[in-house]
Write a protein that binds this ligand. Structure first.
Ligand SMILES: C[S@@+](CC[C@H](N)C(=O)[O-])C[C@H]1O[C@@H](n2cnc3c(N)ncnc32)[C@H](O)[C@@H]1O
Length: 334
């Protein structure tokens, strides 16, 4: 079962704690607050009540959880023998990381979640009490931008910042990445909204991590300078089903949503090599597939026809975000 599906029962029972009109009103205020920030983050102070924290969980947690699970699954593909047992999440919100990481690594045994807002912590605790995981969870109410705050007292296998970096001031971001890297014993996953600004935050962190000697395991198939051109941004998309309650709160009919995210995962050890990463939806026409990829030489376009037997099968299976084990023969630089 994937993490959003695992979450469903806990979210349904959380919703029973509040009258639905109050939840709908809080969900609408939250989405106005997000839109006012260009979809990047809720304005500071947007979560002003327990019902607002519950509305966050009900409307955003399945999507952030799905994006994070996809990021961690991409990490698992490149580090197939790695089994993290400890987790540190900064800006943990309502606990997406525990659901997502336990879905990918049931080995997870201890999680420390750092979050500033007590209302988010309370909702996160309520939800995680119903999580089908053996993982022991400790919450700390902490300002993660405060560099005097020690993030961990011993190295942690898996460190995560998911949709939180973009809520910090620009000046606070790299110092936090540096503090996270210092305590990271295995891999560090940074996730941000799939917007130009979210990508910019990730790209800057990636460059810093490479400078600090980190191995980039996802999404990039190389540790060269990021080849994305101005006006373009590297991001991915995760489709997830919307529950009836979610549709009621969001006021939409669509049975699913596509969550866009940007990310980077840095590790202490190199991952199993990949040749390229598919960076857009493949374009599929009869007998013909076009893949835009990022590869060690830079951005490239692969055009595969059914007669390219060796490449055809892989191209048919490829999705936006897939790793390719080998570069198709007919590939040209973009
Ligand atoms: C958009 S939510 C993301 C939550 C969660 N990581 C997720 O992926 O669903 C961002 C969270 O970061 C927290 N946050 C923002 N700035 C923070 C700070 N300086 N210290 C601690 N938490 C912070 C917010 O309170 C909020 O819960």
């Amino acid at each position: 079962m994937n993490a959003p599906d695992m979450l469903r029962g806990a979210l349904a029972s959380l919703a029973e704690d509040y009258p639905q009109p109050a939840l709908a009103q809080a969900a609408s205020s939250l989405s106005t607050a997000y839109r006012a920030q260009g979809g990047e983050a809720a304005a500071p102070g947007a979560i002003q009540s327990p019902v607002a924290a519950a509305a966050y969980a009900l409307t955003r947690l399945p999507a952030t959880c799905a994006a994070l699970e996809a990021v961690l699954a991409a990490t698992h593909l490149r580090l197939p023998d790695w089994r993290p047992t400890t987790l540190l999440d900064v800006g943990a919100g309502t606990g997406a990381s525990v659901w997502a990481a336990s879905a990918v690594w049931p080995s997870l045994a201890h999680a420390t979640l750092l979050e500033r807002d007590q209302r988010m912590i309370a909702v996160g605790q309520r939800l995680l009490a119903e999580a089908p995981t053996e993982c022991a969870v400790a919450w700390r109410q902490v300002d993660i931008a405060d560099s005097r705050e020690r993030l961990a007292s011993a190295p942690v296998d898996l460190c995560i910042s998911s949709y939180a970096l973009n809520e910090l001031s620009h000046a606070a971001r790299l110092p936090l990445v540096a503090r996270l890297w210092e305590v990271c014993g295995g891999a560090l996953a940074l996730v941000a909204p799939g917007t130009p600004a979210g990508f910019a935050a990730i790209r800057e962190a990636r460059a810093w991590l490479i400078g600090a000697g980190a191995q980039i395991v996802a999404p990039c198939p190389h540790a060269d300078a990021c080849p994305m051109q101005p006006g373009d941004w590297c991001h991915f998309s995760q489709r997830l089903a919307r529950s009836r309650l979610h549709r009621q709160l969001k006021g939409g009919d669509a049975p699913y949503e596509d969550e866009k995210y940007a990310y980077v995962v840095a590790a202490r050890k190199p991952g199993a090599p990949i040749a390229a990463r598919v960076i857009r939806h493949p374009v599929v026409r009869a007998g013909y597939i076009t893949l835009d990829v990022c590869a060690p030489g830079g951005l490239a376009r692969s055009e595969i026809t059914r007669s390219d037997r060796a490449d055809w099968r892989a191209a048919r299976a490829a999705r936006w975000g897939s790793a390719l084990a080998r570069l198709p023969a007919k590939t040209r630089a973009l």
